[in-house]
Write a protein that binds this ligand. Structure first.
Ligand code: SF4
Length: 251
């Protein structure tokens, strides 16, 4: 019998489909969907590597300012907009107005000019003014820390609400954007068609200790390695354990 250096046993213990198993063993060819433990192990690996990636801009805005209002408005600005553009527009806006009251001293035209060229900047200017009015009238000028309250603000969807709750208040929530949705499905951790379904599925399968960090990790991972059309599987640390569900082409 070939000597066992403990690799296969370690692999079975952590519930991983293949990474630690010998490449030539028959079981190494079987790579199944991730379960909660495999996802936890993958997240641990990605966490170690994340320092080499650029952090998603919204995490930076939250970390830099620690301000729920800036996180909320930054998230609105980021929708359908590149990170770099969001960062510049957010910095410009917050240098002029960084509270709901101050934003409302600007008319829609001034606000649109301050956030240009984020996508749909005129519409976003109207949305942001509406949110600021609402925050003052219904929440005493403060950003609420509950997802249900945030969802009552016009223009705030589940992704934004979860991001504010997790990043600004460090409370449990799962912010599912296109990257989290795509990668969770490629791992086989969930089998869903929409980000909303993915959020609900992840709430059931993913241990709570990973909820807050999963968005930041998978956004950065999705932007650099596990890209939408042709992921860089050959450079990916998870390559031998990932079932690559739905991946038709990779590099
Ligand atoms: S890059 Fe490839 S191997 Fe890595 S997680 Fe994405 S699909 Fe899996």
């Amino acid at each position: 019998m070939a000597p066992d250096n403990g690799i296969a046993a370690a692999s079975r213990r952590v519930g991983l489909p293949g990474k630690l198993r010998r490449p030539d063993s028959p079981r190494a060819k079987t790579v199944g969907p991730f379960n909660a433990r495999a996802a936890g192990a993958a997240i641990k690996i990605l966490r170690r590597e994340a320092a080499d990636w650029n952090a998603p801009v919204l995490n930076l805005i939250s970390a830099e300012h620690g301000d729920p209002f800036k996180t909320l408005i930054g998230c609105i600005l980021s929708l359908r907009t590149k990170d770099q553009t969001t960062a510049i527009a957010a910095a410009r806006l917050f240098s002029i107005a960084d509270t709901p009251q101050r934003v409302l001293t600007m008319d829609a035209e001034e606000l649109a000019k301050a956030i240009y060229p984020v996508g749909f900047y005129r519409t976003k200017a109207r949305v942001i003014r509406g949110i600021c009015r609402d925050l003052i009238e219904r929440f005493d000028g403060r950003v609420p820390d509950r997802i249900d309250d945030l969802l009552t603000l016009k223009g705030v969807g589940r992704k934004t609400a979860n991001l504010v709750v997790t990043q600004a208040f460090r409370k449990p929530g799962i912010c599912v954007d296109t990257h989290v949705h795509r990668i969770s499905n490629r791992w086989g951790l969930v089998r869903t068609r929409t980000p909303e379904q993915t959020e609900q599925a992840l709430r059931k399968v993913l241990p709570r200790r990973h909820w807050i960090e999963i968005n930041g990790l998978l956004v950065a991972f999705g932007q650099t390695i596990c890209q939408p059309v042709s992921p860089f599987c050959s450079r990916c640390s998870l390559e031998r354990r990932c079932p690559k569900i739905g991946v038709a082409r990779s590099r």
